[in-house]
Design a protein around this ligand. Sequence first.
Ligand SMILES: C[S@@+](CC[C@H](N)C(=O)[O-])C[C@H]1O[C@@H](n2cnc3c(N)ncnc32)[C@H](O)[C@@H]1O
Length: 374
Amino acid sequence: MNNQNDFEIFLGTQPGLEALLLQEVIERGFKGAKAVGGGVTVRGHWEDVWRANLTLRGASKVLARIGEFRAFHLAQLDKRARKFPWDETLMPGHTVKVEVVTNRKSKIYHAGAAIERIERAIHEEFGSKIATSMEDADIIIKARIDDNNVRFSVDTSGVGLHKRGYKQAMGKAPLRETMAALALRGCGYSGNEPVLDPMCGSGTFLIEAAEMSRNLMAGRYRSFAFEKLASYDPGAVKRFHETWKPRQSQQRFYGSDRNVNVIGFSKANAERAGVLDMCTFKPLPLSTIERPDGPNGLIIVNPPYGARIGKKKDLFALYTAFGDVMRERFSGWRVGLITSDSKLAEATKLPWLPTGPPIAHGGLRVRLFRTKAL
Ligand SMILES: C[S@@+](CC[C@H](N)C(=O)[O-])C[C@H]1O[C@@H](n2cnc3c(N)ncnc32)[C@H](O)[C@@H]1O
């Protein structure tokens, strides 16, 4: 790939969250942003790839398109994959694995055979060792064979970007940080108001919100697959870290949960993320939470939902109680709630605004329900 030219960068997200990710990508100044199924595409250079990995809160993966060619049969795929300039992307000494997606419009439709050809080409022409599984691979190359066109991308993130690097302890059904960040955005949160989660589990919403409030870099604690690519410039990435400007914030973040163990996890996670000084975590059942002193803000919560944990009848009682507590004690606050079951959301009797599309979440479809200020 020619370093002078820009190229397509794909920013993945959970289907249903594309529009919210698009907002963030545009705000962060990426060029040519377009929402597509399962993500957003932009055009840019390697600096943009590093910046996307380090700073976007909503993206779950960053893929760089590294080239394409036509191939109508496996022998042609083999020949062209051998001629592909792998040295522009890969570095010696790292293991590689290839993932292929084909479609019916292509003469090459057998993904397994295509993987075998591409991996052999990389191994024999460039010398990379092929990993035995995706988990063991340092670098994952993704090939999409569509209408006899073979398009290669490299996964520049490695471990999914929801892993910010601070969360070691979790409750039963933790939310992904990337989804929490986009749900906060969907509720109009921009870092300038208090946030309260009365069923906070491992504290995901509050830690994300506190980090947003201080403008901390999302990926500041982790490493990325791009560090193992030929294009990596450690000096440029270091300078980027050095010039990033966190801001002062006096906002407060309130978490409670009836499970005392998860409150311990929240505290430990917030401490590792460096935001514990902004947070208050208390082991409390929903029924006893109180409105904090100070300005109104946002309540955001993902209560248990049937298909994951808890029993249906108890869940209806819990959602009804949640609605009562909100109306009685939180007038002037906005509410955001994630659940898989619209009937549970209705049981709160809160004045929900029209909802966005369903969001694919761990085999379920969930929605973000939002109110205006109560
Ligand atoms: C789906 S989990 C929330 C996960 C959390 N967002 C996270 O990222 O870790 C639901 C949480 O609700 C809590 N919970 C259930 N019933 C509750 C109640 N009546 N009062 C307070 N917390 C409750 C559970 O202990 C659990 O931690």
